[in-house]
Design a protein around this ligand. Sequence first.
Ligand SMILES: [Zn+2]
Length: 333
Amino acid sequence: MSFLVGEATGAMRSGASRPHPLPGSAFNLTDCAYSAPMLVGAHVRAGPQLTAALGIGAELSADVVQIFTQSPRAWKPNQYAPEALDRYRSAQSEAAAEGGVQATFCHATYLINLAGPDPELHAKSLSCLAANLAVAEAIGSLGLVLHLGSHRGAGMEACLPQVADALVEVLDQPGTCPVLLENTAGAGGTVGRSFGELAAVVELVAKSSPVAASRLGVCLDTQHLWASGVDFTSRESADKVVRELDAALGLARLRCIHLNDSKVPFASARDRHANLGEGTIGAEGLASLLGHPALDDVAAILEVPGSGKGPRGEDVGLARRLVADGVAKRVHD
Ligand SMILES: [Zn+2]
């Protein structure tokens, strides 16, 4: 990975002696020792020059931030001067060296739909994705999180080739920033309702371009997982989820978790995030998954409402406590 942030890490801040492996470094499911506390962060506002994100991240005590680099609900890409993108990259390196925000994830525009039947929307989606990825690459992001979209009833089989072709087109290019496919809450037509659906996309991409497939990762959203009918709230169920994810996609593809509680019930197939401990998953249920040793080099990013303006410092603090609780429970049981 071309983006190195030096030796200062969240692990050092919390007193551990070895540097924290950044998301994407190799780990092994059978060797389940903890290496360092999970990196915890939040989706934050980036502002017109993006660097505001790092200041907000610092205020929240976040190890990582996630940002939109253009309006999530508009097609028009933001035009950044190359110097502005370079400035972000250096500001990010400085923040990391000082033990602050270690890394940045980007979230792609919500309008993108690689699976839809309308050719015009597909073309717009493709160029929007390419623009999002170019900015993510230029700022040294560890990944661009993407919702693949909806086939609108046409079926998985019908939409898979166009989804894979689009990913190959944007990823079989110079660059290293991965695209992280996010699991969906399970609404009909959305692609990514199960690990199997995400795996089908990755496999098809790999068939036509191993290079493109090597730049595909996964973002696991806890609220979406719960809403799609996958339980992970006990140690046994969490272990099963990690095993299934590894079998379907390989754990090395898992780069980040979107850490959210759920406003809606289990298996309700709806995407509604709640503050940690205030939803139907609950603090203890989330901790069961967060404590899994195979996830300790994955970044957990809050996308919770806070008090209406997004994740607060107290949400980040609570997330860290849940990680610690989950780990302590496994170590002591
Ligand atoms: Zn999410």
